[in-house]
Design a binder for this molecule. Structure first.
Ligand code: ZN
Length: 460
């Protein structure tokens, strides 16, 4: 049998792996490449096999870099089942149509400005493709074993990354003894608000592990202290705090923590503007999926609503959003996208970056080539909607709020394996991060580990 790396090599985006036997072809994840233009162009590269020859897809979780390519696969002729947890399907219901709308908007924008190589520019896929992909989903509870294709069964194991996130365990038979492959998806982190820790690794022959933070440790400070300090000082000098955040996951964590800080009197009851059309739906999904709540979240949910905040407002439509972005009163703004690559957060950054009283709080991994990374790197001007905006606002990073395990936690997770896998493939990291984690696995765990390359094939 063969494993082919179709994405998430040398980058944290475009997660996509093909498992091929003499009887079956199965894809794990089909994510979009994001960030640098050379990467994004890979989204247009056809798969090495025909889409309709693929028997089934398994989705680890509902982030766009893991499932954002599914509508494209359907457009290319795939008609098989897409297996996922119930949480992943619930989130995909609004993530995929939204991703389609962004594709359509980008194409329309390129046509207006006339900068596309293709004339007219086409979207990668449209909303109809997204709806068709959603109809192919088959929902599974955690740890249920199910058949995927001839000789292949699977199990979805909770990964503690976002609501519905899983590690995918495949058991593959192709003539000889069955081979077990574990795809980590995105891992953890441990001790995050709301979600439980990642699950222990089951016995497996091969392991794919993400390495987003393979070369970094999150700071040991409690994110509550950092949030209280950064938000407190900004509000005192009459400024606004803008937090670029994914609608799913980070937005709920930030709401949860602000709620707690206000309850404890560590922050004044500051108005919070949640400006993302998906954030309300996402908050509902996170609230409903009790199987994804840790002990503390359950405890707080028994006595109240830990994700609803009294002074939260949700601007409606584009007009509501622009009016809100022009506002001057001290407030906390939570808005997507999380790496400031698009979405309504751009209106706020444009309005708030030139004023030194304001603060931008980055709360997750900022991929190379994104505006979020430029801000993190301290660039003094940022291009937004074709205009150069001076950065006078303070920019701070709250690492402990990242939805990924850091280097130390990745090793902690790997140590839960009952026995060393034959080979551990280090994926889903920028080159320095992946190499650093591979080295750590070899020296600290004494396992065999490799960093695969884009389009590499491995015989298992
Ligand atoms: Zn993710």
């Amino acid at each position: 049998m063969k494993l082919k790396f179709l994405g998430a090599t040398g980058t944290v985006t475009g997660s996509k792996y093909l498992v091929e036997t003499s009887r079956a072809r199965v894809l794990v994840d089909h994510g979009l490449f994001q960030g640098h233009k050379q990467l994004r162009e890979r989204n247009w590269t056809p798969l090495p096999v025909e889409a309709k020859s693929i028997d089934a897809v398994l989705a680890t979780h509902a982030h766009v870099d893991h499932i954002g390519g599914l509508p494209l696969l359907v457009r290319e002729g795939f008609r098989g089942p897409i297996h996922a947890s119930t949480g992943t399907h619930d989130v995909a219901q609004f993530i995929l149509p939204d991703s389609a709308r962004l594709q359509e908007e980008d194409a329309a924008y390129a046509n207006r400005k006339g900068f596309s190589k293709h004339s007219p520019a086409r979207p990668l896929y449209d909303e109809k493709d997204a709806r068709r992909a959603l109809q192919l989903f088959v929902r599974w509870r955690y740890r249920q074993s199910f058949g995927v294709a001839p000789g292949i069964t699977a199990e979805l194991i909770p990964a503690g990354h976002i609501v519905g996130s899983t590690h995918v365990l495949l058991t593959v038979e192709d003539g000889g003894a069955p081979v077990r492959i574990l795809f980590s998806g995105d891992v953890g982190p441990y001790d995050a608000p709301i979600l439980p820790d990642p699950s222990a690794i089951p016995a497996c022959d091969y392991l794919l592990v993400e390495s987003t933070y393979g070369n970094r440790e999150h700071e040991a400070v409690d994110p509550r202290d950092e949030l209280a300090e950064r938000i407190g000082e900004t509000i005192r000098r009459g400024g606004r705090v803008v937090i670029p955040a994914f609608a799913v996951g980070r937005t709920q964590e930030v709401l949860y923590l602000i709620n707690e800080l206000v309850e404890q009197g560590r922050l004044p009851p500051v108005p919070v503007i949640v400006d993302s059309p998906m954030a309300e739906k996402a908050t509902q999904v996170v609230t409903q999926h009790a199987e994804d709540h840790d002990e503390e979240m359950r405890e707080r949910a028994r006595s109240g609503a830990p994700l609803s905040y009294r002074k939260a407002s949700f601007p409606r439509g584009r007009r509501g959003s622009s009016a809100s972005a022009r506002g001057k009163r001290p407030a906390i703004v939570i808005s997507a996208s999380g790496m400031a690559t698009g979405g309504r957060v751009l209106n706020y950054l444009r309005a708030l970056l030139p004023d030194p009283r304001n603060t931008v709080l980055l709360t997750g991994f900022q991929a190379a080539g994104t505006r979020g990374r430029r801000l993190q790197d301290g660039e003094s001007t940022i291009k937004i909607h074709g205009e150069w905006i001076p950065v006078h606002a303070r920019v701070a990073m709250i690492h402990r709020l990242s939805a990924h395990a850091d280097r130390h936690q990745l090793l902690r997770w790997l140590r839960t394996a009952p026995q060393p896998p034959k080979t551990t493939f280090v994926v889903h990291g920028e080159p320095e991060a992946a190499t650093a984690l591979r080295d750590a696995i070899e020296t600290e765990l004494r396992w065999q580990a490799v960093v695969p390359e884009y389009l590499q094939d491995v015989q298992l």
